[in-house]
Unconditional design. Structure first.
Length: 360
């Protein structure tokens, strides 16, 4: 016969294995004698008085303004009373088992789900323990009565500690998940704020910010900053001939080719329309020209195929290097002038700024 393996998801989730359960019982001084006392508690106190205890407990809850929203209608109260009766009938029974710990941990989870505050739970539970104690028979043997009172204190402390443990851990987990979602959303918004919606490259504002920061860092380290301005050739004709939707798809493909051609540490952005800008950190004009030629080759390596429509593409590139004391607008102006020189030279070529000789 195959023995069925019983799963205890809450015990597993909150770290209650055999050793942890034993430790918790030791802390509360619950031992083998208490198993006998638990049976006597059920026989002498719970079984004959459970309904009275439950009714008195809900009368108490109904007198507290904060608990009234949880007792909104008779059907809800009746259902809660059934749950409470089941809870009382298992109070203390086999308290050292994973089954018992699992059921008590689930109580804390339920309070999180319904939104009952931890403070209100603790205060209410204190009153429940009082009601159970008050129902110890008056003719009970004094020694047994003392044992029952002590056991009620210990078992209710155990149940409360487990419920609180779940409640606290679940709230912490919920807060952590909320923070994770907030961080994900924050990162998403940050990426969206700096990304061109069509191509996925840096947008105009962010690439200029990158250029400013790069020029500042390179200047501090005595290193050159090079810049390329690149423009897709005859793009207006593509839009006029095939439509703007096709033009957008060409821009997306050209952006992908740019990304494949630049170096890992180069920064690439869409400057506007069909114009792109590449910021090359710690890069001389000579090296920038080599990179530019590689980009040009990559862009024009083959046509863009849009569902059978073949569109030839090429790019003109202007290259320059930052001069001492120069700001971003000045270096962009010179790179743009070099770009127009490339256009005037017949397109699909690279030209450098004639003034860019300081970092050859």
């Amino acid at each position: 016969m195959v023995q069925k393996i019983v799963e205890y998801p809450y015990c597993k989730k909150f770290g209650f294995d055999d050793a942890t359960i034993k430790t918790r019982l030791t802390w509360l001084e619950l031992d083998y004698v208490d198993y006998v006392v638990a049976s006597q508690l059920q026989e002498l106190v719970i079984a004959p008085n459970s309904q009275n205890i439950i009714d008195d407990f809900y009368d108490y809850l109904d007198s507290i303004e904060e608990t009234k929203p949880f007792l909104s209608d008779k059907e809800t109260v009746d259902r809660l009373k059934v749950t409470q009766k089941n809870y009382l009938e298992k109070l203390g029974i086999n308290f050292g088992s994973p089954d018992y710990f699992e059921s008590r941990l689930r109580v804390g989870q339920a309070h999180v789900w319904i939104g009952l505050s931890l403070c209100l739970y603790q205060c209410s539970y204190r009153f429940l323990a009082q009601l159970i104690t008050e129902n110890i028979p008056v003719d009970c043997d004094s020694f047994l009565s003392k044992q029952l009172r002590i056991f009620i204190q210990k078992i209710t402390a155990l149940d409360m500690s487990l419920a609180i443990e779940t409640y606290h851990a679940t709230h912490v987990q919920t807060l952590e998940e909320s923070l994770d979602r907030a961080h994900i959303q924050e990162n998403k918004l940050r990426i969206e704020a700096r990304t061109d919606a069509l191509t996925g490259l840096y947008n105009h504002e962010h690439i200029l910010s990158v250029l400013r920061e790069t020029m500042k860092e390179d200047k501090e380290h005595g290193q050159p900053t090079s810049v390329m301005m690149a423009d897709l050739d005859h793009f207006k004709e593509i839009n006029d001939t095939y439509g703007h939707l096709a033009g957008d798809k060409v821009l997306i493909e050209v952006a992908r080719r740019f990304e494949m051609a630049v170096r890992d540490f180069d920064n690439l952005g869409r400057y506007g329309g069909e114009e792109f800008i590449i910021v090359l950190k710690n890069t001389s004009l000579h090296t920038a020209m080599v990179v530019a030629e590689r980009i040009r080759d990559h862009i024009s390596a083959g046509p863009v195929n849009l569902q059978g429509v073949v569109i030839d593409v090429s790019v003109s590139i202007g290259v320059t290097v930052a001069q001492p004391g120069e700001d971003t607008s000045e270096i962009i102006k010179r790179a743009d002038k070099a770009l127009y020189d490339a256009k005037d030279a017949g397109r699909n070529c690279v030209r450098m700024s004639t003034n860019a000789s300081a970092w050859g």
